[in-house]
Structure formats: structure tokens, C-alpha cells
Write a protein that binds this ligand. Sequence first.
Ligand SMILES: N[C@@H](CCC(=O)N[C@@H](CS)C(=O)NCC(=O)O)C(=O)O
Length: 199
Amino acid sequence: MKLIGTLTSPYVRKARLVLLEKNIPHEFVVDLPQGSLALQANPMGRIPALILDDGFCVFDSAVIADYVDALNDQPVLIPRSDAAARLRVKRWEALADGIADSAVVVRTERMRPNDKQDTDTLELHNKAISNALAFAAGLLGGNEWCEGESITLADLALTSALVYLDLRQPERDWRGAYPNLAAWSAKMAKRKSVILAGS
Ligand SMILES: N[C@@H](CCC(=O)N[C@@H](CS)C(=O)NCC(=O)O)C(=O)O
């Protein structure tokens, strides 16, 4: 299978981390949103897109993660039999994707000329990121993993969002504000998958 995307997209990183954690053989092909491969695989031209060996194209990182997780159980990243645990992991994913969504909006807005930037939009999305970080830190508490006793998609999604946040908003001192998130993130940064997916 081929994963299409960029090195910086938080959604692509999440999909890559899932593939890497589960040791699924794949080729990572770099293409921009709306690039020829991205458009071939996804009518909206968004990344990530996954092209299966039979040509079937999968898009949206949550759908890709769900599919890839079902391919083997080493490890199971989205709980299968415990509906409440599954819900908690998927909510973590939504929280992490929400941080990424708002960070992308802020980045896009900031790329406009200064006098064309919408301060209300910037404020709204920066506040959403701040609230989501506080929520994540509270939820994580002193736990080793976002959910349960081992790594799940929750840890991979949050890592992807925070790597992107560091890239686009390096001035945001979330580590200083939330030492528990910082410690968890430092541990995640040492994982082979996270190192291979780059930062
Ligand atoms: N919900 C989607 C979001 C994907 C997404 O928006 N990717 C961005 C790149 S970071 C993109 O392709 N943007 C271009 C566009 O929306 O046309 C997912 O999780 O895969």
C-alpha cells in the first residue's frame, strides 16, 4: 500500500505512526494537497490518502487509522471489545485532530498579509487550542498513556498534533504550562515510530 502526504501534515503523521507502530509494510509517497497523486487518491485532494494494493483509495486519517488498526493486533491501537474504552480513544483522536484543525486555521490566517488577517478567527482558534491542551493535560493526569495501560491511537494522534503545534507555534509554551504532557511527550518522542516519522 502507498500512503500519500507531506512530512509536516499532522493528519499524515498520525497515519504514518499507525502504520509504523503496527509494522505494516507500505511506501510513503510525498505529495502536496491537491497534488496529482493526492487528487488521484482523494476527490477532495486532501492528504493523507492511502492507496491499497488493489487500487482502492482510503482517505481521512481517522478512516485510515481505523482500517490499518484492523489489519493486525500487534498492538491493538483502537480497543475492539470494550465500547467505552473505544469511545475514549476516539474522543482523544477527535481532541488531537481538533488541535491540529485549529493550528492549521491559525497558520493559514497568519500567512495572509498582516492587514488581511482576521483577529477574531485567530483568537477563536488559539483559544480552542489552549482549551484543548488544558483538557488533554487534565485527562492525562499522572497516567503513563492517554488511555489504558498501553499505547493506543490516542497517544499517536496527540503526538501528531503536538509535533505540528511545535512546528507552527513554537512560541506556545505548553510544556511549561503542563509538565505532565511534557513528560509524556518526551517519552513518546523516543519511540522508533515517532523518530522515523520525523519532527
Ligand atoms: N480530516 C482530515 C483532514 C485532512 C486535511 O485537511 N489535510 C490537509 C493537509 S494538513 C489538506 O489536505 N488540506 C488541503 C485542503 O483541504 O484542500 C484527515 O484527518 O485526514
